[in-house]
Every structure is written in C-alpha cells, then in structure tokens.
Design a protein around this ligand. Structure first.
Ligand code: LR7
Ligand code: MN
Length: 595
C-alpha cells in the first residue's frame, strides 16, 4: 500500500519548503521551553474570524449557520453544499493546496471554524448510563506535524467544549517541528489571546516522529490519566467519562473510544460500526468484526469489549501504568508499528485493552499520508522489524517470510526492550495468539491494508431511493453527458455527445444519496486532489464526498467536495470535453435530467 507518488510529492514539498525557510529563516525561532498561554481567567472562546470569506456574512456572524439544526437522532449531519463552494481563485488555492499539504478538504475545515455541532452517535442506551463523579483527571496529549491549524484547533476546542473542566487537567500540544508558518506565531498568538490556560504547547527542536513526540508530551503531563489523540479529531458527547471509569476500576485497563469517521472530502461526521482491532502477518493493523459473544453481556451494545490491538492514535491509559509498562520504544521513528507494539505489550504483560462503544471520537480518515519521513526511510518496516524481534518470538518468521527483503535489514539496538520484556515478566506471543487473538490464522495473509476504515463502513447497505432517471442534457449545446468510451470503464472520462434517445448507455440515475450513476454501472466521481481535473466514472462508493452531486437552482450540477459546477468547456469543440469550474450560472453550466 506504499504510495510512491505521495512520497515523491512530499519530498518535493520538503525541498521547496527547505528553500523557502532558508530564505525566511529569521522569521522562525524554535525553543525547547514549553510555551504556555497567559495565565488568566478562562473565557468563552471567540469564534474564529475568517477573513477571506466576506461573501459569507452569516457564516462569520454565527459560526456554523450552514449546518442543519442538531437532530440527535441523525446518524450524520448533512452539511450544506455552500460549505464547500468555490467562489474565487483564492478558495480554489486553499482547497487544492490543502489537499496537497494535508490530504483533506481544508477549505471546508476552515469554514467550519473551531466549534461545531456533531451528531451524537452513541447507542441510545449509552445516554441512560451514569458514571462516578470522582474520576481520575486527564492530560490529553496531542502530537502534531504540519497539521492544518483549523483541524488542530477544532480538536482542541471540541475537547474544551465537551469535557467537564474538573476532569480535564490539561491539553499538551507537541509540535513535532512543523514547517508551516501558521503553526508557529499564529497558533501561539491564538492560545495566548484567547487565554486558553489549559493548553500547553511544547516544540520539539528536531522532528522526532509521533512515537517519541508522544513520549515528550507525556513526560510533561501531570494528570492521573494520559489520553492520546491525533491532531485531526473531534470528541463527542460524554466521551471521556466512560474511559476514565474503566481505568478507575482497573488501572491496568487501556481503553480506546470507538473511532467515528470524519469524511476527508466533506468533513461530515458519521457513526462507525462496532469493530475491533486486529492485524495481519504483514503487521498491518486491520479492523475485525466483534465476536457476538462479546456483545451478549448484560449491557449489550454499550458494553466495553476486549480488542487484540488498537488503531494507535486514540486511547487512554493510567499515567503511572504507562510509565511502568515502558511507555513506547524510543528507537522507533516517525510513524507506524507502535500501535501493535503497545497492544502486544499490554496483553502479554498483564494488562488488557478494550474499546468502549459509549465513548465516541471522530477522526479525519485521509486517503494518503501527506508527509514522508526524513530520508524517505520506510519507518513502518523499520519499526515493525523492531517489534517483531522483541515481542513475536518464533512468529516473527510469519512476518519475515512475507518480507524477505527485511531479513538483512538493520533494526538498531533492541536490548533495552528485551530487558523490559524480562523485567515485566511477560508471557509468550503464542499465549497472546491462543488467548487474545485466536482468530488469527497462522499461514496465509488475510486482512486489508490499514488506515482505510472498514470496507463496510463506506458501503451503503440499503439500496438508495431513485429520485430521477433520464438523460443529462446540456442547455447550451443540446448534447447529452455520456461516457467518452464505455460506460463500464472505470476511470473513463465523460463528455457531451449527440443525444440518442434509444441508447440506454446514456441514462443516468440520480438517487437519494446524491449519486449520479450512468447506465446503472458506475458513478460520476470528482478527483479529490485537483478541482481542475475532469470528473470520471468510478465504482460507486456510497460515502458521498467525491461522488456527491446536487442538481441545483439555475440548473447547475454542483459537486460538493470540489465546490464547483460542471460545465462544457468549449461548446464548438466536437470532442465535447467537460470540466469543473466556479459556478457562474452560464448556459454552459446548465443541465437537465430528463427522459
Ligand atoms: O512525524 C510525525 N510527527 C507527528 O507528530 C508524524 C505524525 N505526527 C502526528 C500527526 O500530526 C498526527 O497527529 O502524529 C499523529 C498521527 O499521525 P497520522 O494522523 O498521520 O497517522 P494516521 O492516522 O494515518 O495513523 C494511525 O497509525 C499511526 C501509526 O504510527 C498512529 O498510531 C496514529 O495515531 C494512528 N491514527 C489512528 O489510530 C486514528 C484512527 C485511524 C485508524 C485506523
Ligand atoms: Mn490520524
């Protein structure tokens, strides 16, 4: 699943940034001294003022007017198409650069601001539960590298907005030596000006990666419990209490919230199904169904259940226990593997790992990682090699036989970690497989690549209601939108051609999910990276975003994640090319779906 294109573009970016920084060096100063906001009375936070959007006065005044009023029964809050609309070149720049720098729709993220309502995705029975009031206090540790500032601050504010103050000891932000200017002065000023006392900002002098970054953060923490989160999350109603309750009952319990999905294209927050963590012999994390026996307890779907592994980014652990358990392997670099390492360690050394379905936290699932590692090293392989040699006994052969290229690869010094394993008197990997993950097959690779939400999360199990069926007819050219070649060719572009009222390959279906399906085969899909690319026919994924179209006022055909309208580029050109463009209501952008 390694993406060479991403690596190349991140290297190119790093290079450009390097040049830019060398030219502007005096602007940046790094200190190793933790920065803390001015002491003062915590106040109600001001909604951010987003300057470049004067054309949205309502938005500025009220923060989030485009979000439908909260209906707690909704599993998803539908965001208005306005939120992604591209009004001018500046918007387009923010959106396209945003995808390159962050791999999600930063235009929408900025417009959402730092506070927003999200649907309460918990099982209704969770709302009837009560939790003790004398819970341990929490230090939330968030390590970030080149994060979009709006996503980072929305993470921070969602915590401040939805956590009782007496349980929140502090929020520790660890800047892993980000390159982007806004994460320097602007972030510091924001924390300062808004007197967010609970936030401590620590700057790494060198880029350490998320593993050592979290160790730095936790070493500054003084609360009873550490809660780790990624820098692009939003915590939901009553997210913390159920986690702290389990840790209070047993401080050897390490607990994860259920990770909800924030769509990278639309930022829509939606509920995720109940799944737990596993892995495959390539040492990739994967999601597994939860055995029914675990959900049959007296508390049914609200019952915390054991999980063989964690996804890595979102969990709570007693701080003393984290330290006794050996924190993380500080020999691991940048990204990858640490989640399996700590999962194995927890189970093999006397603890337990659970997922708590009544605690919900959303995470932006990006389609690729927008950054690389220094020198382009495959840190996932390096880290996995370390963990397999420390924890997997003879079963490391399962990994190495899949990755024979790694047999000769250096993995640094692991003697301290081997000592730790001895000191903690941990069991064997065989014990772990037999008792914690009996579903694991010993030969043969199964499981999907990590980082994708479980496949069935995206699929829409219900067949969506058809709203309209017919030809998509362009008013300027009087031509119909069709596949350039074959309607069943994935990745094929669409063009306008003479309408043929007998040809069923020209028939589009528009359904309740806002999909446009050609000839009952493929969906009209807009690439997420460049709004200048033309739309293509792709397999219907049923999760909106790049396939969400609205047949709007003015006969426009609006694409929600591109924020633009479909138009015929040149009405006189017989090739009939179409493209996305800023919506202007012109004839070339007018379409009718008709029989
Ligand atoms: O060099 C870096 N320095 C950092 O501070 C690289 C990253 N980071 C930060 C980054 O800004 C982010 O806040 O570390 C955090 C995690 O990095 P992501 O968001 O790029 O990682 P991910 O969400 O793609 O990957 C998952 O796997 C990682 C393996 O090392 C970590 O465990 C992540 O925390 C983890 N994320 C989740 O578990 C969220 C749910 C995703 C799933 C499944
Ligand atoms: Mn993440």
């Amino acid at each position: 699943y390694f993406c060479y294109g991403c690596l190349f573009s991140s290297l190119l970016w790093t290079f450009l940034l390097f040049i830019y920084f060398n030219l502007n060096w005096e602007k940046y100063t790094f200190s190793n001294v933790p920065f803390q906001g001015n002491p003062g009375v915590a106040q109600k936070f001001q909604p951010p003022v987003i300057q470049s959007h004067k054309w949205l006065p309502e938005f500025q005044q009220h923060g989030t007017p485009f979000i439908k009023p909260i209906n707690k029964e909704l599993k998803e809050i539908e965001l208005s198409p306005e939120l992604g609309r591209i009004f001018n070149e500046a918007d387009q720049e923010i959106r396209d650069m945003g995808y390159q720098k962050h791999a999600f729709n930063v235009l929408i993220s900025n417009r959402l601001g730092y506070h927003r309502d999200i649907p309460d995705t918990r099982d209704p029975k969770c709302k009837e539960k009560s939790y003790p009031t004398d819970l341990p206090s929490a230090s939330v540790v968030i390590c970030f590298y080149n994060e979009a500032i709006s996503a980072l601050l929305r993470t921070v504010h969602s915590i401040l907005d939805r956590t009782p103050a007496y349980l929140l000891h502090e929020i520790i932000l660890v800047d892993d030596r980000s390159d982007f200017i806004e994460l320097k002065d602007e972030l510091e000023k924001y924390i300062d000006n808004n007197q967010i006392k609970k936030v401590k900002l620590i700057r790494n002098v060198m880029r350490e990666g998320l593993i050592r970054g979290r160790m730095v953060g936790s070493s500054h923490a003084t609360g009873d419990v550490l809660v780790f989160l990624d820098s692009h999350c939003e915590v939901n109603e009553m997210w913390l209490q159920p986690l702290l309750t389990l840790i209070k009952e047993d401080h050897h319990s390490v607990v994860c919230p259920l990770i909800d999905i924030i769509n990278a294209d639309t930022l829509i927050y939606s509920s995720s199904p109940i799944v737990r963590g596993g892995f495959n012999w390539g040492l990739h994390f994967k999601w597994d169904p939860v055995p029914v026996s675990l959900l049959n307890g007296p508390e049914g779907a609200t019952e915390p259940f054991k999980s063989p592994t964690m996804a890595g980014g979102l969990f709570a652990i007693n701080r003393d226990y984290f330290n006794k358990l050996g924190q993380y392997d500080s020999g691991m670099d940048i990204w990858g593997g640490e989640n399996l390492e700590i999962s194995f360690r927890i189970w093999m050394c006397g603890g337990q790992l659970k997922i708590v379905p009544c605690s919900r936290v959303g995470h932006i699932f990006r389609k690729w990682r927008p950054y690389g590692s220094p020198g382009g090293v495959d840190t996932m392989a390096y880290n996995s090699l370390r963990l397999s040699h420390v924890w997997m006994d003879e079963y490391k052969e399962q990994y190495l036989s899949l990755r024979p290229d790694l047999r000769k690869q250096n993995y640094g010094d692991i003697s301290e970690r081997l000592e730790l394993r001895k000191k903690l008197n941990c069991t064997s990997f065989k014990w772990y497989l037999d008792n914690v993950y009996p579903e694991m097959k010993i030969n043969g690779l199964n499981g999907k690549a990590r980082m994708q939400p479980p496949l069935f999360m995206n699929k829409n199990p219900k067949r969506s209601k058809i709203l309209q069926r017919g030809r998509l007819y362009n008013l300027q050219t009087s031509k119909c939108l069709v596949a350039q070649k074959y309607p069943d060719q994935k990745g094929g572009i669409v063009v306008v051609k003479e309408c043929d009222w007998t040809d069923s390959n020209q028939v589009w279906i528009y359904n309740e999910e806002h999909d446009l399906i050609l000839a009952n085969l493929l969906c009209l899909d807009m690439s997420e990276t460049h709004s200048s690319d033309s739309p293509r026919l792709m397999k219907c994924h049923g999760s909106g975003g790049s396939q969400h179209w609205t047949l709007g006022a003015n006969n426009s055909l609006y694409q929600i994640s591109a924020g633009q309208c479909l138009k015929v580029i040149d009405p006189d050109n017989p090739k009939g090319y179409v493209a996305m463009a800023i919506c202007d209501g012109s004839r070339s952008q007018q379409w009718k779906l008709d029989n």
